[in-house]
Design a protein around this ligand. Structure first.
Ligand code: ZN
Length: 131
């Protein structure tokens, strides 16, 4: 299959966007029923993660706490002024892998796939490949 591209338009500086439905749509479109789904973002100030998608407070807490762990201002040297976003991108990671079985993403009951924005708002991409 060709790599599927999911477009994500973020509206805040730090934001987690649930992309589970978009990734499942890419799996369904591929026609592949069993394999591994790689979800990757080609940005240095964004990330992909899997976490709870039932209670929206989890995402609010996650966003609040990661901004405390890596503050936006801290005498960074990087001239672009977004070192905190680069750090968070590597801490959370640029990709996730999910088992595909019977044409469905095998996620836990409470799990969802998130695109994590750390230097928004921006127009972003997520690349999906089913192997
Ligand atoms: Zn930068």
């Amino acid at each position: 299959m060709k790599t599927e591209i999911i477009k994500v338009k973020t509206s805040a500086h730090t934001q987690m966007t649930d992309i589970t439905r978009d990734v499942q749509a890419a799996v369904s479109k591929s026609g592949i029923t069993d394999g591994i789904c790689l979800v990757f973002t080609p940005h240095t100030t964004a990330a992909i993660t899997i976490n709870e998608d039932a209670d929206p407070d989890v995402v609010r807490d996650f966003t609040k706490e990661i901004n405390k762990i890596v503050p936006w201002e801290d005498d960074y040297l990087h001239m672009e002024g977004n070192s905190a976003a680069h750090l968070k991108s590597s801490m959370i990671g640029a990709s996730e892998q999910i088992i595909v079985e019977d044409g469905k993403l095998l996620l836990g009951t409470w799990q969802g796939i998130y695109f994590c924005e750390y230097d928004g708002p921006r127009n972003r991409e997520v690349w999906v490949k089913i192997i």
